[in-house]
Design a protein around this ligand. Structure first.
Ligand code: GLA
Length: 376
């Protein structure tokens, strides 16, 4: 409960006169399968990780919603009655106003509150710090507790208030993760099942420490390109496209659609591989194929991510590596033999410093439970 106690202490020093807070937390995520497939209604296989966003909240009693972030070092405040008419201003606090706005749009009564945010999920690290913030806040401010519902609420805030046309994956896994397992989610039916992860394959992330500006606009462009490719193919989403049926597409649209179609197929192969006896090599091979497809067909990688992937693949005992998340920076995920974790850490730190002058933040991930209230 160290995280909970810590956030309570920080809350009291920020809001000394406030009542005792309640504490929620929601994890970041790593995605093993299916990048950019969620908004194309395909398959994803994310897992929640042991880095979380912590939120301490107590009623303010004065009709104001106040927020302060330990990492972003700043805050904002809104009168609760003004929230239905709030508008985004391009700051991180849009994510807070967006959740409050979405709660009020759904008729959930908002009261004044003092909020302290303390997140372990690195901002811009590709591990879904935004979803962890959105989900933990939605719970803390009185949103629904069922994981799918809170995920849908947090995603709606991100899309309709903040203006990011994201899929459901990040919010879903932050709300509904399971210890020891990844979750296979079908983004069309929203049916899911847990996939127990083997203990002889360690999941390690390496943060490139860069986040290229291009990322946000490129994400939007990819969403639009996929919608256009689906229109040209006469299907309602690329989930229904097949490799053999991509004939009417050319150039960029062909590449984007090919990534989505092959990614869904790789998703199914990966889950089969996880569940077989001799899984590590095949899981790794599929993950590395992903990287190539994301780099060459979907074109969302960057030189830093490519470098980290290539350097990792040269280490003995690394089964596979690829970029994760939206792209243009953020992290890679590596599937690693437990014996090889130390040499991977050392190699990446050394090589990346030579290449980029920066040390990548490396995290050995434990598949973790989703968001919940924590009693300190
Ligand atoms: C971001 C989005 C997700 C998903 C990934 C790419 O993390 O928030 O919805 O599209 O990119 O797989």
């Amino acid at each position: 409960m160290a995280g909970a106690q810590k956030v309570v202490e920080k809350f009291h020093s920020r809001y000394p006169a406030s009542a005792a807070p309640r504490v929620w937390h929601a994890p970041g995520r790593v995605n093993l399968i299916g990048e950019h497939t969620d908004y194309n209604l395909g398959l994803v296989l994310p897992m929640a990780i042991d880095l979380a966003c912590w939120i301490a909240v107590a009623p303010s009693g004065d009709g104001w919603l106040r927020v302060y972030s330990e990492q972003l070092g700043a805050g904002s405040q809104w009168r609760v009655e003004d929230i239905p008419n709030a508008a985004p201003n391009g700051e991180w606090t849009d994510r807070v106003a967006g959740i409050a706005w979405e709660l009020s749009r759904r008729g959930i009564e908002m009261r004044g509150a003092n909020v302290l945010i303390d997140s372990e999920v690195p901002v811009g690290g590709g591990l879904s710090s935004s979803a962890a913030l959105g989900v933990s806040l939605a719970l803390a401010l009185g949103g629904p507790s069922a994981p799918l519902e809170v995920a849908q609420l947090a995603r709606a805030a991100e899309m309709d208030f903040v203006g990011v046309p994201c899929g459901i994956m990040d919010q879903f896994i932050s709300a509904g993760g399971e210890a020891g397992s990844a979750i296979l989610l079908d983004c069309r039916s929203l049916a899911w099942r847990s996939v127990k992860l083997p203990t002889d394959v360690v999941i390690v992330t390496a943060n490139s420490m860069v986040k290229h500006q291009l990322g946000n606009s490129a994400y939007r462009t990819r969403v639009e390109e996929c919608a256009e490719a689906a229109r040209k193919l006469g299907v309602s989403s690329l989930r229904d496209a097949t490799l053999a049926g991509l004939g009417p597409l050319h150039g960029v649209l062909l590449k984007r659609a090919r990534h989505i179609v092959t990614e869904n197929a790789r998703g199914e192969r990966f889950v089969e591989a996880v569940e077989t006896e001799d899984h590590a090599i095949e899981m790794g091979r599929i993950v590395t194929e992903y990287h190539i497809s994301l780099r060459d067909d979907y074109e969302v990688s960057c030189s830093e991510l490519d470098f980290l992937v290539e350097a990792a693949l040269r280490v003995d005992g690394v089964f596979g590596a690829r970029m994760i998340g939206g792209g243009f920076g953020g992290s890679t995920v590596n599937l690693v033999d437990p014996q090889a974790v130390e040499s991977l850490k050392i190699t990446l730190a050394k090589e990346y410093r030579k290449f980029h002058g920066l040390a990548p933040e490396i995290h050995v991930c434990a598949a973790s439970p989703g968001a919940s209230e924590i009693i300190p």
